[in-house]
Design a protein around this ligand. Sequence first.
Ligand SMILES: Cc1cc2nc3c(=O)[nH]c(=O)nc-3n(C[C@H](O)[C@H](O)[C@H](O)COP(=O)(O)O)c2cc1C
Length: 191
Amino acid sequence: MKVLVFSTSPNQDGLTAACAGAALAGVRAAGGEADEVRLNDLEVGKCQACDNGWGTCRVEHNCQVKDDFQDVHQRSLEADALILVTPVYWGEMSESAKAFTDRLRRCEATRRQESRLSGKPVIAVAAAGGSGGGMITCLASMERWIEHVGLRKFDLIPVNRWSREYKLLTIGAAAEAMTREWVQARAGAAS
Ligand SMILES: Cc1cc2nc3c(=O)[nH]c(=O)nc-3n(C[C@H](O)[C@H](O)[C@H](O)COP(=O)(O)O)c2cc1C
């Protein structure tokens, strides 16, 4: 199983990075292949809302703004599952997470047939390292995005400074369980 783990904080050693690390370890512990995508290291600009606002993506299902989005979009389609980890900024996703998820939604949620992400499991993690507030509003907007693109909510996990220790274990366990479910389903289908 191929899992893409999105880490969307500029901090290389903060709470978001620790959560992404726990997710990567969980996938690998269950025998899955896990790749990390650090969105802040890439050029993924915001949606330009081309034309009258609907953009060419409404018909073509690709983004005409040429940057690193195309590669990450393709890798997302090739993955069997996604894990999206964001720091909580103002009770919302980080800007890099928002820019990427906005453009992915426009390309996939506008398809007449179903989204090419449809049915793939996803784990969303909101890491609030400051006041510890805003995790739920952040997860609520991530949940709406998940529904728009047709992913299957495997888990939505809030984490803050005080819950860090046991939530890192939870994230690892969730990633492991998601990977095992997929491996077992494949084995069942083959027998
Ligand atoms: C612009 C900005 C807004 C933030 N808003 C919140 C917030 O609403 N709630 C919270 O608990 N922490 C907030 N924080 C703190 C981050 O969630 C915290 O630094 C978190 O650990 C970020 O992940 P990191 O450790 O990977 O940087 C904010 C930080 C920034 C930079």
